[in-house]
Design a protein around this ligand. Structure first.
Ligand code: ZN
Length: 302
């Protein structure tokens, strides 16, 4: 079985073609991959489509197709705007039909979910959450988002979880106004890559280890993870994204999480328990792409 997968992000669309053995649930093999910069919707979608239709790669036509998309997105199966990006602050991308574009141009059924829910499902099948029924996957990078797996399946609910827009108590002395256009100082507005850049006047990639930015970042992530621990009771929190996967980040978050929990969660009272509770993705930076393949495989099997 050939699977087409797109991790549709705000800065790039990562496209992949994967080969799976339909008789088992082993991780499919990535046979071709391309990255398309996210510019205008039409230009980006056409460039991504070209990857799947171009004969120069000798591609087999996909049998099933999955897209994990930045949001917010419409996931209601009966909605007229199912498969659309809805109210994003990203210029030009509001009310863009993503799933329908590929479904009609490739004449294929398309599985569609948030980028973080897709990544969570990939981690469930092949990564750091195998055998778990309750866990959270978050990405910390250009934005902050989270996918929730609860009781053995992805949570969608009324829209889909928006973990990045949780409002948190500020650290004393932190006067940064916040960068979220909707809420100012929600988690994303205080701790995403653009928030770090706005607060410190430097791109996060330019801030060295040991800079106070990273201690504050770990503190806010730990505070948010404490909130999700109390509300969702997950067995693990997987932290992905360029900032989340920085060297030392999850280790520091785990230390600060112990303080944020205030000794209230006995199951997380020791360093080894915390170290296996806050982890990097088993699929690393490819969690989103493999996750998009994972939701495609499930969709085809249903
Ligand atoms: Zn917000």
């Amino acid at each position: 079985m050939t699977i087409g997968a797109i991790e549709a992000g705000g800065t790039k669309f990562v496209c992949g073609l994967l080969q799976a053995n339909s008789s088992d649930r082993a991780r499919p093999q990535l046979i071709a991959r391309a990255s398309v910069p996210t510019t205008s919707p039409l230009e980006t979608l056409e460039a991504a489509l070209a990857f799947f239709t171009s004969s120069e790669y000798g591609h087999a036509k996909p049998d099933c197709f999955g897209i994990g998309c930045f949001g917010p997105v419409d996931l209601k199966p009966k909605s007229d705007t199912w498969g659309y990006i809805t109210s994003t602050p990203k210029p030009l991308w509001s009310n863009t039909d993503i799933a329908g574009f590929f479904r009609s141009r490739l004449s294929l059924p398309v599985a569609f979910d948030t980028d973080v829910n897709a990544a969570a499902y990939g981690e469930f099948l092949w990564g750091a959450a195998r055998e778990l029924k309750d866990f959270v996957y978050i990405t910390v990078g250009t934005g902050i988002g989270g996918g929730v797996f609860s009781g053995g399946d992805l949570v969608h609910g009324m829209i889909h979880p928006e973990l990045g827009h949780l409002k948190l108590a500020r650290e004393p002395g932190d006067g940064f106004a916040g960068s979220c256009p909707f809420h100012r100082d929600c988690l994303e507005g205080m701790a995403s890559g653009p928030a770090i850049a706005a607060r410190w006047g430097k791109r996060s990639e330019e801030l060295p280890s040991g800079h106070p930015a990273w201690e504050l970042e770990a503190r806010y992530l730990a505070r948010a993870i404490a909130a999700w621990t109390f509300t969702l009771s997950p067995e693990r929190i997987i932290v992905g994204g360029g900032i989340g996967m920085r060297e030392g980040m999850v280790e520091r978050v785990a230390v600060l999480l112990k303080e944020e929990l205030g000794g209230y969660v006995a199951a997380l009272d020791s360093p080894p328990r915390l170290a296996s509770y806050v982890v990097r993705p088993g699929l690393g930076a490819e969690a989103g792409l493999y996750g998009s393949a994972a939701i495609a495989m499930r969709f085809c099997a249903d």
